[in-house]
Design a protein around this ligand. Structure first.
Ligand code: CP
Length: 361
């Protein structure tokens, strides 16, 4: 049973006056992540802990006994996956992660199949979900909506945790967690993520995964971020201001080919034309920002290529076979990381540590 409920102690207008980092203290309960809403709410120790747990869950899940152990951990819990925007990876990896640790998942993937079609507000719909479930995992086109729901539920008589599985153009915090886990695994024999050069390429203006990961990377010492995009899709000033405030090194560039041999990680993204207002993306030539097969020769031998997916044509298919292409590993890492996150939210991580210790004996 949780002792505190910080979101009950603050009004919604007062929340809006705070920075995201200031608001983050209200997302915790008893000092642990409870609502997962923004990348800025994480500090380095909790990220390292989540990565450690993800690895333990991955290894425990290799045996039948381990799978049975994991499936008992949260078998009394039910989760609602409310996805008001399309998704393959985030939806399925949360679904699979729920199954892995025993949570019973249910889904609403199309608001037209819910009573929203009869005029019910999304707020009332989600409050209804909270009557039946113990956790809400939600993707929504409106930025900040998950946070609004977390505040509403925390001020209702049935507070349950809310996980932001992608909100508007602003945040995708759980994608950033699996991305940093992938980077950490990729660099575990070369000094870790500290000191690495990470390039983001593509639609950086509207890519919420890029924005969330850019915040997380500020927690790593000596990291330099490169933002490489056509002018109209370049990273927004709020991210650059946040990096300036942290004294974090970055470079804004339009020359992808020049950057390739310099960096340790390249994070490719597709054009996010679902946010177009008048098909303006059609006018942008993104071809200079595609990773062509011949670029592999210029890439450092221990560099990695990431992509949150889905991919269109921004990475040549031939690149997939190169061991430095880690985007399919990223997909699978998402399941372990999301399982680690849900076990943390429900304070069931000690059992993982104990089982793992026994396994390693
Ligand atoms: N990376 C990601 O969010 O993919 P989906 O949109 O398929 O969930």
């Amino acid at each position: 049973m949780y002792r505190d409920n910080p979101l009950k102690t603050v009004t919604w207008p007062d929340m809006q006056k705070m920075t995201v980092r200031e608001r983050s203290a209200f997302f915790l309960r008893d000092g642990n992540p409870y609502h997962v809403l923004a990348a800025q709410q994480f500090d380095r120790p909790i990220i390292e802990r989540l990565c450690d747990l993800a690895t333990k869950i991955r290894r425990i899940g290799k045996t039948k006994g381990g799978i049975h152990f994991l499936q008992e951990l949260l078998s009394e819990k039910r989760a609602m996956l409310y996805f008001a925007q399309p998704s393959s990876r985030t939806f399925l990896s949360f679904y699979a992660a729920c199954q892995l640790i025993g949570i019973d998942p249910a889904e609403v993937r199309d608001a037209s199949t819910s009573s929203e079609i009869k005029g019910e507000s999304p707020e009332d719909s989600v409050r209804t979900f909270s009557s039946y479930f113990d956790l809400i995992i939600m993707r929504h086109p409106v930025g900040g909506f998950a946070e609004r729901i977390a505040w509403l539920l925390s001020n209702s008589d049935r507070t349950i945790p809310v996980i932001n599985a992608g909100s508007g153009q602003d945040q995708h915090p759980t994608q950033a967690l699996l991305d940093i886990y992938t980077l950490q695994r990729s660099f575990e024999n070369s000094g870790g993520v500290d000191g690495k050069k990470v390039a983001f390429v593509g639609d950086l203006a509207r890519g919420r995964t890029v924005r969330s990961l850019a915040y997380i990377l500020t927690l790593y010492k000596g990291v330099k971020q490169y933002f490489i995009a056509p002018k109209s899709l370049q990273i927004r000033d709020d991210i650059l201001s946040a990096l300036d405030k942290e004294g974090h090194s970055y470079e804004v560039s339009y020359d992808f080919e020049k950057i390739i041999p310099e960096v340790d990680a390249i994070y490719m993204t597709r054009i996010q034309d679902e946010w177009d207002t008048a098909e303006e993306s059609r006018l942008i030539d993104t071809s200079p920002y595609h990773f062509k097969a011949e670029y592999l020769d210029r890439l450092k031998k221990d560099a990695v290529i990431l992509h949150p997916l889905p991919r269109r044509n921004e990475i040549a298919i031939e690149v997939d076979a190169d061991p430095r292409a880690v985007y399919w590993r990223q997909v699978r890492n998402g399941m372990w990381m999301r399982a680690a996150l849900m076990l943390t939210i429900f304070d069931r991580t000690r059992e993982i540590d104990e089982y793992y210790e026994d396994l390693m004996r």
